[in-house]
Design a protein. Structure first.
Length: 91
């Protein structure tokens, strides 16, 4: 999830709540927070240095979480996620 902390349409605490529920259920989740961003646009979250300033990520995997750490998301962040999750399943 990408979520701007200044989002006027989807309050930031709702994104945090969803991330927390996924993490506590043992699901895989990643939240990238943008202290300076509102409700997008995604293009700015991935390319604009001012929007990305102070961004941080947290992740959960099988009940284990990582502490927040600084991150500079790019389009590669999105494409890597999609490549990992949309790989064909081989039997």
């Amino acid at each position: 999830m990408f979520h701007g902390e200044q989002d006027p349409f989807v309050p930031y605490h709702q994104g945090r709540s969803l991330y927390g529920k996924l993490a506590s259920a043992g699901d895989e989740a990643r939240l990238i927070s943008f202290p300076r961003a509102g409700h997008g646009p995604l293009q700015d979250m991935l390319t604009d240095d001012e929007t990305r300033q102070g961004a941080y990520a947290e992740s959960a995997h099988h009940g284990h979480t990582t502490p927040p750490h600084p991150v500079t998301p790019t389009w590669k962040t999105v494409t890597s996620f999609l490549e990992q999750r949309l790989r064909p399943i081989t039997h």
